[in-house]
Design a protein around this ligand. Structure first.
Ligand code: GLA
Length: 388
């Protein structure tokens, strides 16, 4: 839906002229389950995004509507809910709750949300709605926090209100992604660098159509397992605050002091951080064959050490092998379903789309959605446009 169509829908519903804010989903090229371990990630924003149209109200209500979900949701700003109710509106209300807790003035408003990021596919539809909502709500106040700050507030909304203990990656790249570039983020310092993605390749995203759920237990459990690893490692090496600080040698020397499962989780994170830095070198030198190998290694590690893959993701990864123009691929996002990301020569991307869909259908009986993507702009650009 184009911005002017959304504008028309909004005027029919609320009889007022809205301003529209946009934030994209993301695909993570590499660096999985490293963000909440203070490590490195290399995501990029994608062309699927969520738009939030907003107009002010004179009363103290947030009146929330969605173009996809029929249930309306109205809340009184004087008695904002403390808990999620389990609907789409939680992400919007969560952002309002956290912005207010952080000292930003929230005014009564009408909001119409239109999301085009596939839901439950590991492409961060939740970060997209959070960031677009934050920009929309903040546009009615005089506050102009930096985008880095907005990303942190949106992460808090998901952690503290929705209850998914996600890291900072998704919200950060949704805010600060840039067309043509992947974003190398140091999740401890939040320093970042833009790394060009060679134009001769596309990121082909293959949706297994198996939906995942973050607020479900496995994601939060992985976080706890990493924290357990850190507790054990830091008794031996007191300087260690997060798995980011751990070397291979330090981890090996503690192998007997920790349960094998905790060791495997830690090993994945330590090696995945190194893989991100290797991948950046590969992109910079346009060594795509090596980049593909690093992506494959990441998948194997997520499957065998971190244990967040699933049969369908593994099949999608296996079936890409041998297709023309394919350099490498892996599961992307939290796992347990969702998508794979594949590095494919641009001129072969269309043929790859068809062949992988056929192969996956043959093995699983499931028709998949395949998206041919290039790194897109984050919400920053939309903010500029909206304030012009
Ligand atoms: C989800 C979370 C991110 C990150 C990934 C795994 O997408 O939202 O913060 O932890 O999983 O890399």
């Amino acid at each position: 839906m184009k911005a002017d169509e959304l504008c028309d829908r909004f005027m029919q519903e609320f009889h007022a002229q809205p301003r529209i804010f946009t934030a994209p989903g993301r695909v993570n090229i590499i660096g999985e389950h490293t963000d909440y371990n203070d490590g490195f990630v290399l995501p990029c924003a994608i062309e699927f995004s969520t738009r939030v149209a907003i107009s002010p109200r004179v009363d103290r209500k947030l009146v929330l509507r969605s173009t996809e979900f029929s249930e309306p949701f109205d809340v009184d700003l004087n008695s904002l809910p403390r808990k999620p109710v389990g609907t789409w509106a939680d992400y919007v209300v969560g952002v309002a709750v956290i912005l207010r807790a952080a000292g930003y003035a929230i005014h009564g408003a009408n909001l119409l949300v239109h999301g085009e990021v596939p839901i439950g596919a590991g492409l961060s539809s939740s970060a997209a709605i959070e960031v677009a909502t934050a920009l929309a709500l903040l546009s009615l106040s005089d506050a102009k926090p930096r985008l880095q700050e907005i990303a942190k507030l949106c992460q808090r909304a998901e952690n503290e209100f929705v209850g998914a203990h996600v890291g900072i990656m998704d919200q950060f790249v949704s805010c600060l992604g840039k067309a043509g570039y992947a974003l190398l983020l140091d999740c401890r310092s939040l320093e970042f660098e833009m790394v060009p993605v060679p134009p001769e390749v596309k990121l082909v995203i293959c949706n297994t159509m198996v939906k995942h759920e973050h607020s479900g237990g496995e994601y939060n459990r992985r976080r706890e397992e990493c924290e357990k690893g850190v507790r054990i490692l830091s008794t031996e090496f007191p300087g260690i605050r997060a798995l980011r600080d751990v070397t291979h040698e330090q981890l090996s020397s503690c192998a007997n002091a920790m349960p094998p499962m905790i060791y495997k989780r830690c090993l994945h994170v330590v090696e995945e951080n190194q893989r991100v830095l290797r991948a950046v070198e590969c992109l910079r030198s346009a060594n795509l064959a090596h980049m593909g190998r690093v992506m494959r290694e990441s998948h194997v590690s997520l499957r065998d050490l971190y244990e967040v893959s699933c049969r369908e993701l593994d099949i999608m990864v296996e079936e890409a092998e041998g297709l023309p123009g394919f350099y490498g691929g892996r599961m992307t996002g939290g796992g347990f379903g969702g998508c794979t990301v594949n590095l494919v020569t641009s001129s072969e991307a269309e043929a790859f789309r068809e062949r992988i869909a056929e192969r996956y259908l043959r093995r699983t009986g499931i028709s998949s959605d395949i998206y041919i993507c290039s790194p897109a702009d984050g919400a920053a650009v939309a903010v500029k446009l909206a304030s012009m």
